[in-house]
Design a protein around this ligand. Structure first.
Ligand code: KG4
Ligand code: ZN
Length: 351
């Protein structure tokens, strides 16, 4: 076959990525076709296990990943109706995250790659979260602004191109999801706090208590949530000392409003300054109903297209890693067997 003919054939061929994610408490595997079509998305969640301890216990997470990972990968291939022979590349989250947890996914991906000869691609976890937006929004293409809010991260990012990011702002202390989890624990809602605060807030008055909206001097896009968390704790202590019974729903709704106000304000400022008419959200906190409603309203008022993944693609999953892995694959990125877990991997950094 001539080179042109071969190229034509290559272009028509589908690219299938087997993706693996194990950076925190979800053991996940997926098969993604041509970067946008999810053929399978298997998630084994450890939430019930960690709920007993009020948060993720890293050692337990790693051990559970080891127990589950092969089963989850087999299921992902089976559900997609493919075998390893059909797979073009194996994409795996190599950071950021819990080192022991990441190592399970990275080692498994390396072992499969070595045994099968299928190329290996390391993917940044946050790049995965951002890429989750491509799954259900086929028309979405960079450039756009993305707010990434999860249990471990709060980033405001300008997505310049596939795999090209400029971090405009990040949290100086707690991540947004972390603040949700800590406040939920303090008001007796338990773990994981985000979905519980979201639910109970619907019964509360968001203007009942005024909690602070923190600004970081000289860094307009940075976030700080630890002051807000302390303000909630101080309020609870003061009520206890005065013998006042707290209204859980009002505290939850007022706290949630303080977080949402800051996230929305920073996001809209970035959209305006960078002159982009597309805005997306990603990460576990992107499932928050109040945040979605507020952002949808503000984007509509500015004639900005608002994108958000379904909740199943907001939480940690491997489909999003397969999407990000596909664009890395197209760029020719391949990792060697020296690929290691990088717990503090920065967005845009390639190791
Ligand atoms: O992205 P994710 O699944 O894991 C990380 O990469 O961290 O995010 C988990 C975080 C948790 O802190 C959880 O409480 C929060 O997302 N979360 C929510 C909601 N659903 C999950 N926070 C607020 N509202 C929600 N509906
Ligand atoms: Zn995540």
């Amino acid at each position: 076959m001539s080179e042109k003919g071969l190229q034509g054939k290559m272009e028509k061929e589908d690219v299938l990525i087997l993706a693996i994610e194990s950076s925190c408490d979800e053991t996940a595997a997926a098969v993604v076709k041509n970067g946008r079509e999810v053929l399978s998305n298997i998630i084994s969640s450890q939430i019930a296990l960690h709920t007993l301890y009020g948060g993720v216990v890293p050692e337990i997470a790693s051990r559970k990943h080891i127990e589950k990972i092969n089963q989850v990968i087999e299921e992902a291939l089976k559900e997609a109706g493919v075998t390893l022979q059909d797979i073009n590349a194996i994409a795996v989250t190599y950071g950021p995250g819990l080192v022991g947890a990441l190592l399970v996914g990275v080692s498994t991906a390396k072992a499969i790659s070595l045994a099968s000869g299928i190329p290996l691609i390391g993917v940044h976890h946050i790049e995965g979260h951002i890429s989750a937006n491509y799954i259900e929004n086929k028309e979405l293409e960079p450039p756009f602004i993305c707010l990434v809010v999860s249990g471990g991260h709060s980033h405001l990012v300008a997505v310049r191109d596939y795999g090209e990011y400029e971090i405009l702002g990040r949290t100086r202390d707690d991540a947004a999801g972390e603040a949700f989890d800590k406040v939920a624990r303090a008001i007796g809602l338990g773990y994981p706090g985000g979905p519980k605060i979201d639910k109970v807030s619907k019964e509360g008055n968001p203007d009942a208590i005024h909690f602070p909206r923190a600004k970081v001097v000289d860094a307009v896009y940075d976030f700080s949530f630890s002051g807000l968390k302390s303000a909630v704790l101080n309020y609870l202590n003061s009520c206890e000392m005065k013998g006042i019974e707290i209204c859980q729903a009002d505290v939850a709704a007022s706290f949630q409003k303080a977080v949402v106000d800051v996230l929305v304000e920073h996001s809209m400022q970035a959209v305006k300054e960078y002159g982009l008419n597309k805005f997306a959200i990603a990460g576990g906190v992107a499932s928050n109903s109040s945040l979605r409603v507020a952002l949808a309203k503000e984007c509509a008022a500015r004639k900005i297209a608002f994108y958000h993944p379904s909740p199943i693609f907001c939480t940690d999953n491997a489909a999003m890693i397969g999407v990000a892995g596909y664009y890395e694959y197209c760029k020719g990125v391949r990792h060697g067997y020296d690929l290691n877990a990088v717990p503090n991997l920065r967005l845009g950094e390639r190791i």
